[in-house]
Design a protein around this ligand. Structure first.
Ligand code: C2O
Ligand code: CU
Length: 489
């Protein structure tokens, strides 16, 4: 059996550069230490091959010839400069998922920048305002570019991190492979768009179908989970262990045991765990994914070394230092209703919930069915407040204008039969309630998974000016119209 260990591509990928660059473009009032420096890295997007299931090679699109792309790591307060070379045969961009960057650095084609053309180049540069676990991926035809392998982790280290024995990143990928081990080319097909998206058949950790993950009894690991799948939702069970959640979407949360012991990650979401390896020396323990009923499978096995590291788990503190987020003032907040409709069986759910499906579908059932029929024959499938966006052009008038510096509540209703991980760019938001019940931890997130028929309220201070994407991170749903722009001005 081959032992699986997370690759440490990271530091090598950096050219430590000119120290002492000051934070001229810092978008938030975060005081930087005088030692803050600039990290430089270059990313080249190009076609290549990877060994998902060795020894076979699968053609893919890669950053710097690896999947995931290089793990970018820097300290909070440092500045990052990334030169992107596009060696693909089509346009691309890079979006820094979850990072609160200036709007011009957000990587949304047509909205915040011109797409990087084939053979072109673009330099992204911004300060690492928040510490945490983030990631990067294209925002141009992402349903295909991400599915082909363009994604990578971006870790911002705390100035005072929690103490652990090992800091490990597991970037979860999901591939739809043919029998011969090629990527299935049915990207963005109508069925995926109207249903749960491109759920694949081969799950990888850091680009490989994992076998075992070597651990030692008594070891404390900080495990950074990143869901880079187009559509797959994970619900991980570390049976026999008691993982503690310390951060969600990069943002610290009161350390807590996950509900029912399951770590749920919708597409684009991250969870930082502290796991004490409490198994016996020489034993093995399975990590299962239980999200899809009847389709449980073993993600990986924890393989205990014969020699313990220590007999008992350490009692080091678990809480992370807070990031500089502004607390929303719920009493003064504006209230905005957002309703999601569409998708297969959507007319039934919408009708049950007293919502209409979309333009031309208001009113009687006949016109609603007419709208459904029109939808079935196009790739427009999903609506936000009755509007389906055109993903190809990203051409959208702002759906909401949020007053800068003020608090805003977005009350979301999922009037569809499907799960949607809803992502807002440029901000982290507090998840205040689900179906009217306050959440336990009022967690900060940038992507919130909303169940069918669920109502979720989020709140945040709109402190980052610009036009920001608000969309479903099931990339096929996004391609099917489930995106909008919020303007902060
Ligand atoms: Cu991770 Cu708009 O994206
Ligand atoms: Cu969706």
């Amino acid at each position: 059996m081959s032992m699986y260990t997370a690759p440490t591509l990271t530091r090598r990928a950096f050219l430590a550069s000119a120290a002492g660059t000051t934070a001229a473009m810092l978008p938030f009032s975060l005081a930087l230490p005088a030692t803050a420096g600039t990290r430089e890295i270059s990313l080249r997007a190009a076609q290549g091959g990877i060994r998902i299931v060795p020894p076979g090679e699968t053609a893919a699109w890669l950053y710097n010839d690896t999947v995931p792309g290089p793990e970018i790591r820097l300290r909070q307060g440092d500045r990052l400069r990334v030169t992107v070379n596009n060696a693909l045969a089509e346009e691309t961009t890079i979006h820094w998922h979850g990072l609160r960057v200036p709007n011009a650095m957000d990587g949304v084609p047509h909205l915040t920048q011109a797409p990087i053309e084939a053979g072109g180049r673009f330099v992204y540069e911004f300060d690492a305002v928040d510490a945490g676990t983030f990631w990067y991926h294209p925002h141009q035809r992402s349903f295909e570019q991400v599915a082909r392998g363009l994604y990578g982790p971006l870790i911002i280290e705390e100035r005072e991190p929690v103490r652990v024995d090992r800091d490990v990143t597991w970037m979860l990928g999901d591939w739809r492979l043919t029998k011969s081990g090629e990527l299935s080319k049915d990207f963005g097909n109508r069925h995926d768009i109207h249903h749960s998206g491109r759920v694949g058949n081969t799950v990888t950790i850091n680009g490989r179908v994992p076998d075992g993950f070597a651990v030692r009894k008594g070891e404390r690991i900080r495990l950074r989970l990143i869901n880079a799948a187009n559509a797959r939702i994970f619900s991980l069970d570390f049976a026999g262990h008691e993982p503690i959640v310390i951060a969600l979407d990069g943002q610290p949360v009161t350390p807590h045991a996950p509900e029912k012991g399951l770590i749920v990650l919708g597409p684009a979401m991250r969870v930082d765990l502290i796991i004490d390896m409490t198994g016996n020396a020489g034993s093995r323990s399975s990590v299962m994914d239980r999200f899809y009923e009847g389709l449980e499978y073993r993600l990986v096995e924890l393989v205990y070394d014969g020699t313990p590291l220590r007999e008992r788990a350490p009692d080091w503190p678990l809480a992370l230092p807070a990031n500089p987020l502004l607390e929303p003032d719920l009493k003064a907040a504006s209230r905005n209703e957002v309703v999601f409709t569409g998708g297969m069986m959507g007319e039934m759910v919408a009708q049950d919930m007293g919502e209409s499906m979309g333009p031309g579908t208001q009113g009687d059932r006949n016109s609603m069915m007419g709208g459904m029929m029109r939808m079935m024959h196009s790739n427009t499938a999903w609506f936000i407040n009755g509007v389906a966006a055109d993903e190809a052009s990203h051409d959208m008038a702002p759906m909401l204008t949020l007053e800068k510096g003020k608090s805003h509540v977005i009350a979301m209703t999922n009037a569809t039969a499907w799960h949607h991980p809803i992502h807002l760019h440029g901000h982290s938001f507090r998840v205040g309630s689900r179906n009217g019940q306050p959440t336990h931890n009022r967690e900060w997130q940038d992507t919130v998974l909303i169940s069918p028929r669920e109502k979720v309220e989020i709140a945040f201070v709109a402190d980052n000016p610009g036009d920001w994407m608000f969309h479903c991170h099931v990339l096929e749903h996004q391609a099917g119209g489930m995106m909008a722009v919020f303007r902060v001005a």
